[in-house]
Design a protein around this ligand. Structure first.
Ligand SMILES: [Fe+2]
Length: 321
């Protein structure tokens, strides 16, 4: 792969330029929505440069791998994993009950159905067990060093129970029937803050249980560029959805602004760069206790569960200056 994030030719995309003509009024309106967000994300980018200047640091092998590849994996030893696994069970059961109720009511399983945000107050045992392995495995130190910060802390913990066949992850365009590309879901985070993300398996995850995917080294593509700033801004804007009206507005934007943080779903199914990106993807297949730690500036995605159920803990670990 090249040193840039994939650029998509939206004017020849069947759901964008293939359906709509650029419209100057829609373009101007979209641009007016984007510009303040681009300004805001430019300031966030300046803060990143000010804080670590893309001169990542490492204090251990884990950190060196993160610098080089944007992703690293570690298997938690049983004495650190067992307390996490045990404390997670009541939360997992609560989510499973919610999924069953939603199904019984004939409603769709949504993101909010499968996710449970945790807090130190509501989930003290689980929170403490997570804090312990982060300390003992040197992961707080890894995050702090990576961003040249003083320390690091848990910014958020969320538990996911993902069952098979989730409609929200499968259909890209409601108004036009198109084959989803194999890159669907690939994105960079739009936040721009200094944090690493972790996915800890609370169940065994095989290829059919929706492993998290990360494209190694992609955190270096267009590092610190205006293009990344624009991508973040777009995904924070009200233009984000893929409705017909918003797609028309999108292709009416100046070409420089026709980029997204969540771009995977717009790539062409048969194109060489689509296949290349999937070929490079590291899929977090592995047993309970496998932790995948990655820079949210890498191209990454959550997996689609095809059979069984995936239980995972998502960690957001923020650098503290
Ligand atoms: Fe993400």
């Amino acid at each position: 792969m090249g040193a840039e994030l994939p650029r998509i030719d939206y004017l020849s995309h069947p759901a964008y330029g293939g359906l709509f003509q650029p419209d100057p009024a829609a373009g101007a309106h979209a641009r007016a929505l984007l510009e303040p967000l681009i300004e805001e994300m430019t300031a966030v980018e300046a803060q990143r440069v000010d804080r670590f200047g893309y001169d990542y640091g490492a204090v251990n092998r884990q950190g060196e791998e993160l610098i080089e590849r944007g992703v690293t994996q570690v298997r938690l030893p049983d004495e650190l994993m067992d307390p996490v696994h045990a404390a997670a069970q009541p939360v997992i059961q609560a989510i499973q009950a919610r999924i069953a109720e939603t199904r019984a009511a004939g409603k769709a399983i949504r993101f909010k159905t499968v996710e449970q945000l945790l807090s130190p107050e509501a989930d003290p045992a689980l929170w403490t067990a997570v804090d312990r392995f982060l300390r003992e495995l040197g992961i707080y130190d890894t995050v702090a060093a990576f961003f040249r910060a003083k320390s690091a802390r848990i910014n958020g913990l969320a538990l996911f129970v993902n069952p098979a066949s989730q409609e929200w992850a499968n259909r890209l365009f409601k108004d036009v029937k198109l084959e989803a590309p194999p890159t669907a879901g690939f994105h960079i985070d739009s936040n721009g803050k200094c944090y690493l993300k972790g996915i800890l398996h609370l169940s065994d995850v095989g290829p059919e249980q929706g492993p998290t995917g990360v494209v190694p080294k992609s955190h270096l593509w267009g590092q610190g560029s205006r293009e990344r700033v624009i991508r973040r801004a777009f995904d924070r804007s009200p233009l984000l959805a893929r409705t017909a009206e918003l797609r028309r507005a999108f292709i009416s934007l100046p070409e420089e602004l026709q980029v997204k943080a969540e771009f995977g779903g717009d790539m062409a199914p048969g194109a060489p760069d689509t296949a290349a990106l999937v070929d490079e993807e590291l899929r977090a297949v592995g047993p309970t206790g496998l932790l995948t730690l990655f820079d949210p500036d890498t191209v990454h995605r959550g997996g689609n569960v095809r059979s069984g159920e995936r239980h995972a803990l998502q960690l957001v670990l923020t650098a503290q200056y």
